[in-house]
Ligand binder design. Structure first.
Ligand code: BGP
Length: 471
């Protein structure tokens, strides 16, 4: 669709950026914090431990001041479950509560809206030992954690996100370091979807609880959504794309919005003897949670063709290898790739926004989008990252086209506000507007430097998205 003129970004559009606790904070066992699954996992070969990260725990004031300097309207960060509940349930850690009070107050001091992710890949290790999401009690553990957050922060936090990338926890959990299977588990797919089911119920109940406890607050999910293209106009490739879209994307949003399993996914699970068991009250619980908006992370699209059943599953968040019997993943020759092999598809961003909005008709906030790259700090303290500026320019242009198409957008939070540790590629894969002076294993000064993209994004925010030009 062509437009004669473009609609502007909404007046109160939330420009900002994102981080997550286990990737940015460090201080992973300090001030009473219990370990999370991320602290006890074996980190991928050649990548940093997660004990210091960007050291935001000790430097949040400086970091938030830099975000304010860029003009941020919103900061998306996550609360570490085991920082406020070291064992996941039971005793609350006052120091942990205090830390997030400070972060929230610091944001508000600078007129930055806190957008809080309740769970970002960091199950308390103590709960992993009790069976993690396989244990039906996990729903109550999460609900209790939600209650503690709502009680302590609900007076100031008006926007909440439930579970970051639940679809990736389910599809590529081992890559992120989150999948715990009970000993002797023989049907991994069934167990994984049972865990997924518990997360879905936990999410629905948390949304309902939020509305009950905090009537003025808004809450939504935050999956990783990537529209899947058919590789050709062969009708069977469209079947493959529909399958993959259902398993990767719509299952999660259909559940959040309608409280019902996607029929294609259910049939896939039936075929593999992997349907999750419903416990008493689950059906009603799933129907009781209603998001106020949809948050999603967007990095790229995917392309698939007909499956012959022989492909392997797995991959990482963006490089899916397909789903046996459902779809075979193929490269899209029309797209460039990042230095780390993820396809770049700005038009796919518009496609994805249009599709999500027409399916669910809820306002959308982009909770992640960005370019992971090797950045270099020059001797005079600069970081020239025109590649990142270009990536963001292209995506913001497409977001504006989507707005003109009629998509209701609330905000844009690229990944990431500041350099942090990647999910499985360590410190070397940087995303931030703010450079952190450290290497994979050498912590150096941990000083902060403004990248070129910092100054560029400041200009974008000041013009409410009108000025995307180069510096
Ligand atoms: C998303 C996660 C983030 C983040 C980002 C970039 O999947 O929600 O935690 O890390 O992807 O991924 P990576 O760090 O693997 O490059």
């Amino acid at each position: 669709m062509f437009h004669k003129s473009l609609k502007p970004f909404p007046k109160d559009f939330l420009w900002g950026a994102s981080t997550s606790a286990y990737q940015v904070e460090g201080a992973n066992l300090e001030d009473g914090k219990g370990p999370s699954c991320q602290d006890v996992k074996k980190v991928p070969e050649g990548t940093s431990e997660l004990d210091v990260c960007a050291d935001q725990y000790h430097r949040y004031k400086e970091d938030i001041a830099l975000m304010a300097e860029m003009g941020f309207k919103v900061y998306r960060f996550s609360i570490s479950w085991s920082r406020i509940l070291p064992k996941g349930t039971g005793e609350v850690n006052p120091k942990g509560i205090e830390y997030y009070n400070n972060v929230i107050d610091e944001c508000l001091k600078h007129d930055i809206v806190p957008l809080v992710t309740m769970f970002h890949f960091d199950m308390p290790a103590a709960l992993d030992e009790r069976g993690s999401w396989s244990n039906p009690e996990s729903v109550d553990w999460f609900l209790n954690f939600a209650k503690v957050m709502f009680e302590n922060y609900g007076d100031r936090v008006k926007y909440w996100l439930t579970i970051n990338e639940q679809n990736m926890l389910t599809l590529v959990g081992p890559v992120i370091g989150t999948l715990r299977l009970p000993e002797g588990c023989t049907n991994v797919l069934k167990e994984t979807y049972q865990q997924n089911h518990h997360m879905l119920v936990a999410q629905a109940k948390a949304m309902a609880l939020c509305h009950k406890m905090l009537p003025g607050a808004k809450i939504g999910p935050a999956p990783n959504i990537a529209l899947i293209y058919p590789n050709s106009n062969k009708p069977e490739d469209t079947i493959a794309a529909q399958n993959m879209n259902a398993v990767r994307n719509w299952l999660y949003l259909d559940m959040a919005v309608y409280g019902k399993y996607n029929n294609l996914v259910w049939s896939y699970l039936e075929e593999h003897d992997a349907c999750p068991e419903f416990h008493e009250g689950d059906e009603e619980a799933l129907l009781s949670g209603h998001p106020d908006f949809i948050g999603f992370n967007y990095y790229s699209t995917g392309t698939v063709e007909l499956s012959d059943g022989t492909e392997e599953g797995g991959g990482d968040q963006q490089n899916s290898r397909g789903l046996p019997g459902m779809a075979r993943n193929v490269k899209n020759p029309n797209l460039m790739k990042t230095e780390f092999g993820w396809e770049i598809d700005p038009i796919g961003f518009r496609n994805t926004l249009r599709e999500v909005y027409s399916r669910y008709r809820l306002p959308i906030v982009i909770t992640e989008n960005g370019l992971g790259a090797y950045d270099t700090l020059t001797e005079d303290g600069k970081v020239h990252d025109p590649y990142r500026i270009k990536y963001l320019q292209e995506h913001i242009k497409q977001m504006r086209l989507a707005i003109t198409d009629g998509v209701e957008m609330m905000g844009y939070c690229p990944w990431s506000a500041i350099d942090l540790i990647s999910t499985h590629e360590g410190m070397k894969k940087r995303y931030g507007f703010i450079y952190v002076d450290r290497d994979e294993f050498d912590l150096k000064t941990l000083n902060r430097y403004r990248k070129d993209s910092f100054f560029w994004y400041k200009k974008v925010i000041a013009s409410n998205g009108e000025d995307l030009s180069d510096l």
